[in-house]
Write a protein that binds this ligand. Structure first.
Ligand code: BGC
Length: 365
């Protein structure tokens, strides 16, 4: 009994000592079930803050200690954070990557240290050392982006004689999600392109041409400004924009407003969707500017991740995973894919406010 007590004391002292070493990161001290490493790409985007909080709080409630790190979208910083976590002896790594293909060395180190890796929201690519993927069904999310334009632009009424005019934006080329978003949206829009009811005056349609590195909304705004001055200087009016991300939607709307959309006669603001249901976009939707967004509830994703970590920590094998959809170039990664919801003015109350995703106060109501 005495020696048992000594072991416990030693463990406690080690934990406390470890706690003093983990400066800079955000972590619960002294939690008994082991340390979990969580890396998120950036604090400058609302969703990743919500994601980080949801995962951290959920794990801490179950008694785990959490080392949560953000890296300002800087790949070397993210790599270093993961290396440090491996050195600290985390039991599971939860990684939302910046560039999905840039972490192969870290993943190999994790595998060598027998640390399971959960790819969070964004698929880690080109490595067999990825154990699970927890995300939304990104192809379906893309389909919802397409549906937003189909409904918002009443594409079913458009014909080759009265085509609807749009420009297209895609997400970061180094983020595999961008592929699903683009493909899902384009598959929905294809019939309208095929019959000539939908047109892109710039001709910029290929994902590699319309991508936005690091989802940078300022870059997207510049591209929108260039498109407007190059292809819309005459009497061609832009009716809609395919946008994969709320800040890009808002930037594109700004670029349009600057050349008279929303104020000049015959130039209503284009129909724009988006993704992430950020506060600024919900406000814009309520103000009748951005048309819609796709809500991917970070609380649900966080909770699913927490359950998965806990299952692994109990030595159990997770069940009910999708083992077909996500090949990362090296293997099929067993995936848990959640559902997302289209949000327009009509369901902000029900799906955003009533569920507590954003409060009325956050939305300025
Ligand atoms: C996520 C989106 C997010 C985007 C930019 C993607 O990987 O799935 O929800 O808008 O990254 O952060």
């Amino acid at each position: 009994m005495k020696s048992m007590q000594r072991v416990c004391m030693t463990a406690l002292v080690l934990l406390v000592a470890a706690g003093t070493v983990f400066a800079g990161g955000s972590q619960a001290r002294g939690a008994g079930k082991g340390l979990i490493g969580v890396v998120m790409p950036t604090r400058s985007e609302e969703r990743w803050i919500k994601d980080g909080n949801a995962v951290k709080e959920g794990l801490e409630k179950l008694g785990y200690a959490v080392d949560l790190q953000y890296s300002d979208d800087d790949i070397p910083t993210q790599s270093r954070q993961i290396d440090d976590m491996i050195t600290k002896g985390v039991k599971v790594l939860v990684i939302a990557s910046i560039d999905g293909s840039a972490l192969s060395n870290q993943l190999a180190n994790a595998a060598a240290a027998k640390i399971p890796v959960i790819s969070y929201d964004r698929l880690l690519m080109q490595s067999s050392n990825v154990d699970y993927y927890v995300s939304f069904d990104n192809y379906k999310v893309g389909g919802q982006m397409g549906d937003i334009l189909i409904t918002g632009l009443k594409l079913d009424q458009a014909t080759a004689a009265t085509p609807v005019i749009v420009e297209l934006f895609a997400g970061s080329p180094d983020d595999n999600n961008s592929v699903g978003f683009y493909q899902g949206a384009m598959d929905k829009l294809k019939p309208y392109f095929d019959k000539g009811a939908l047109k892109v005056p710039s001709g910029q349609i290929d994902r590699t041409v319309i991508g936005t590195l690091r989802w940078d909304a300022a870059e997207a705004q510049k591209r929108m400004e260039n498109l407007l001055s190059a292809y819309y200087s005459g009497d061609v009016v832009l009716n809609g924009i395919l946008s994969p991300y709320d800040p890009i939607s808002l930037s594109c709307l700004e670029a349009c407003k600057a050349v008279g959309y929303g104020s000049a006669p015959g130039k209503p603001l284009p129909v724009v969707g988006g993704q992430d249901c950020i506060v600024a976009s919900v406000k814009s939707i309520l103000a009748g500017e951005q048309y819609a967004t796709v809500l991917k509830d970070t609380r649900t994703l966080g909770a699913a991740t927490v359950t998965l970590v806990d299952t692994l920590m109990q030595g159990k094998t997770p069940t009910g995973l999708d083992t077909k959809s996500y090949h990362n170039g090296a293997k099929i990664v067993p995936s848990l894919l959640l559902d997302s919801v289209i949000v327009t003015k009509d369901n902000v109350q029900k799906d955003v406010i009533d569920t507590g995703y954003h409060t009325r106060a956050e939305l300025g109501l």
